[in-house]
Write a protein that binds this ligand. Structure first.
Ligand code: FAD
Length: 398
């Protein structure tokens, strides 16, 4: 988007891409469907960023979701709004998004160098002079826009090189951490639940002092821990809690709409109505079968016992597991497996009105390599498009 905008403004632009194709990560985005933005109002949009969202106000003022939608629709790609105001192409294919961008680059005579990496940035007297490429060539440039991404899903090309180049030039780098990332748990019991999704549950993370309480939503068990929309959304804050060397646990409330007493009464009703059946078969009306098995084992209740024989203490243990099943969080999955990189080039070293570096004239930043990150829902791509657009325009006009 940065290259397109500078090209639209009649600049001579070269886009340098390490990969043999454009937009490798974009192609993967939204499970291959590309959730390219979200049409919620500005304040609600900003609230989905983990921090420093105000930094993006200028970029969003210039190029926000409506401008992005117009950009694609004017170029023939129809978009649709799905649940939670997420925007996707009607084709349900991210390659149609990449195709529009590619065509627009060509329309604006942007020269593309594939399979070429930027190895160094050359400044003279604090101003951009040019780039050294992986083949040793020097390219003169009085404006340089770095948009090299973060470090997650590095096979797509985002390996942190842009962040390292910025660091080398003296920019402060906020430590890189995984965001939108599954969490690993100590308990091995989750292994048996791999692939199971729980709907309408609530999570309560705690380090013993601070609490992070989720909304009601979905949880997915992985072989080693937990994932799914609720976990991914809160994972950045959980990673920060873990980072302080604290012990963090999560309590899963599988029946947030019921109090303990209500749940106990409900279970008692089921047990009485099915007194002759095996407990494991009765309780599956309340919980997925696999989870019933795990809970009965944890509560040391014989699954083959008749429902009518389940005693009060057993019921209480079962209710406790349903209302507050505690799992210890050991660590997040590797940053490589995170959907987003948190941290990056410090916002203190970037002018939000132009995206220009405060340390090197003619050097601009855009996208995930800067220290902004957001929830899932199209927010991260919109931030990348908006900062790219602003950087391209500022580089062309300044
Ligand atoms: C699986 C997955 C799904 C996602 N889905 C969504 C979604 O649906 N909606 C959403 O909003 N966000 C989504 N995201 C996040 C979103 O894709 C990123 O935030 C976004 O792609 C960042 O864009 P970027 O241009 O800053 O960086 P990137 O997309 O990472 O692009 C950086 C480019 O720079 C190139 N590069 C790096 N270093 C060099 C170098 N030295 N020289 C030359 N080229 C270099 C790379 O090859 C790469 O092509 C998803 C992320 C993942 C991993």
């Amino acid at each position: 988007m940065a290259a397109i905008r500078a090209g639209q403004l009649q600049q001579e632009v070269t886009l340098i891409e390490k990969n043999p194709i454009l937009g490798k990560k974009l192609l993967l985005s939204g499970k291959g469907r590309c959730n390219l933005t979200n049409v919620c109002a500005l304040d609600a949009f900003l609230a989905r960023f983990s921090h420093h969202a105000q930094f993006l106000r200028d970029a969003f003022k210039k190029f926000f979701h409506q401008e992005l939608i117009n950009f694609f629709e004017k170029r023939g790609l129809r978009l649709k709004v799905e649940r939670q105001l997420r925007v996707f192409p009607v084709t349900d294919k991210s390659n149609s998004v990449v195709a529009v961008l590619k065509k627009e680059l060509l329309t604006n005579q942007v020269k593309i160098l594939f399979k070429t990496a930027v190895k160094d940035i050359v400044l003279a007297g604090g101003r951009a002079k040019g780039l050294i490429l992986s083949d040793g060539r020097f390219i003169a440039a009085d404006k340089i826009i770095l948009a090299c991404g973060g470090v997650s899903y590095s096979f797509t090309g985002s390996t942190g090189e842009g962040i390292n180049l910025a660091r080398k030039l003296g920019h402060r780098i906020i430590p890189l951490r995984p965001g939108l990332v599954p969490l690993e748990t100590r308990q091995k019991s989750v292994k048996a639940l791999e692939g199971l999704t729980l709907k309408n549950i609530r999570l309560k993370f705690s380090d013993g002092q601070k609490q992070i309480i989720s909304e009601i939503g979905e949880l997915l068990f992985t072989g080693f821990g937990i994932s799914g929309p609720l976990v991914l959304s809160l994972s950045g804050r959980v990673v920060d809690l873990l980072g302080a060397d604290k012990k963090v646990h999560v309590e899963i409330d599988l029946k947030p709409a019921l109090s303990r007493e209500q749940l106990d009464a409900r279970i008692l009703r089921e047990l009485k109505a099915n007194a002759k059946k095996e407990i494991k078969n009765v309780l599956k009306s309340l919980l997925p079968q696999r989870l019933v098995g795990v809970f009965l084992e944890m509560a040391k209740i014989d699954p083959a016992k008749k429902a009518g024989q389940m005693n009060r203490a057993e019921r209480e243990s079962f209710v406790s597991l349903c209302k507050a099943w505690r799992l210890d969080i050991t660590r997040p999955c590797a940053i490589e497996e995170a959907m987003i990189t948190r941290g990056g080039v410090s916002l203190q070293d970037i002018d939000p009105r132009t995206m220009q570096s405060r340390l090197a004239e003619g050097l601009y930043f855009a996208g995930e390599m800067i220290d902004v990150d957001a929830d899932t829902g199209g927010f991260n791509l919109q931030a990348a498009f908006s900062t790219g657009y602003l950087a391209g325009e500022s580089a062309a006009l300044n």
